[in-house]
Design a protein around this ligand. Structure first.
Ligand SMILES: Cc1cc2nc3c(=O)[nH]c(=O)nc-3n(C[C@H](O)[C@H](O)[C@H](O)COP(=O)(O)OP(=O)(O)OC[C@H]3O[C@@H](n4cnc5c(N)ncnc54)[C@H](O)[C@@H]3O)c2cc1C
Length: 266
């Protein structure tokens, strides 16, 4: 394990495991469920039960005592080195953010996954990718996988300017940022208006991916749906966390919030 502070509030933790089986067809924005020491538990190893390296990957849930399960996006995958990174928003509360803030080489963490249902589809020639800083790794992964010929527009909401960072993407990628407290970013609901003129998720060739705080995602979906029925696969609007509630909402097949909390959330 190695760590790197990317911005004052974004901690990258690189994990490696020599016998890590990585599927060839990892979907864009694939994620893992990490098991972090619950508040009151004393160490990562005892909380994980097994002081192994990363793993095991498993498709379903695993039950680990004294841990809290949290979802994080796989990024910076290096197949040859059997390693990848998780980028943690250091928001100051919660088992995952606390663990990431203290993580250092030599520590271990248990993960389940990878999971994800995103798909790069040939009819999509325009992408709007938007979210708060929890969605940054997912947005980067989409940008890395979409063909270089497509047009992409990215919008990120960050707490302050110190969080701004390079995004990358195909040549025709435009990037914009808004700054302020995520929960008060009313303009997230206006995602439709952030798309370049004429882009609508109702159009066959346009894909919208939006992720971030749950109540804002609900509003985004409402705003976008007001424009008419959206073809399946054109809108992935996924709640990644919920203000005032521990544990991210478990994403459902269409990316809408689930009423059922993810196992292990507390
Ligand atoms: C599919 C998926 C992929 C995700 N990928 C990433 C990722 O790559 N990087 C990432 O940082 N997050 C990611 N998230 C979001 C992350 O799982 C949640 O933010 C999670 O709740 C953090 O757990 P915690 O233990 O730190 O805080 P919790 O115990 O869940 O929450 C404690 C308190 O902190 C608040 N809180 C939680 N998250 C935030 C936040 N980001 N900002 C401000 N307040 C917050 C909660 O409302 C609660 O009041 C992803 C979520 C999903 C569903």
């Amino acid at each position: 394990m190695a760590t790197e502070l990317i911005t004052p509030k974004l901690q990258r933790v690189r994990l490696s495991c020599p016998d890590l089986p990585i599927p060839q067809d990892l979907p864009p924005a694939a994620w893992v469920r990490g098991y972090f020491p619950a508040v009151g538990a004393t160490s990562t190893a005892s909380a994980a039960g097994k002081p192994t390296s990363v793993g095991p990957w498993s498709g379903g849930n695993i039950e680990l005592a004294d841990t809290a399960a949290r979802a994080y996006t796989i990024t910076q995958l290096d197949r040859e080195a059997h390693s990848f990174a998780l980028d943690f928003v250091l928001h100051g509360h919660g088992p995952a953010a606390r663990w990431a803030a203290q993580a250092e080489a030599g520590q271990t963490v248990q993960l389940a996954g990878p999971m994800g249902r995103g798909k790069v589809q040939p009819q999509h020639q325009r992408y709007l990718l938007a979210g708060d800083t929890t969605a940054l790794p997912a947005i980067r992964e989409w940008l890395a996988l979409i063909p270089p010929t497509v047009a992409a527009a990215v919008h990120i909401w960050a707490p302050d300017r110190e969080e701004e960072q390079p995004i990358g993407g195909p040549e025709e990628t435009t990037v914009s940022w808004s700054f302020g407290d995520s929960p008060t970013m009313a303009d997230l609901a206006e995602t439709a208006t952030l798309a370049p003129a004429g882009w609508r998720p109702q159009d066959r060739c346009t894909k919208f991916f939006v992720a971030g705080e749950a109540s804002l995602i609900t509003r985004v979906r409402r705003v976008l749906a007001a424009g008419g029925p959206i073809p399946p696969g054109n809108l992935q609007a996924t709640p990644y966390w919920r203000l005032g509630q521990a544990g991210a909402p478990e994403p459902t097949r269409d990316g809408s919030p689930s009423r059922r909390p993810a196992p292990g959330h507390q």
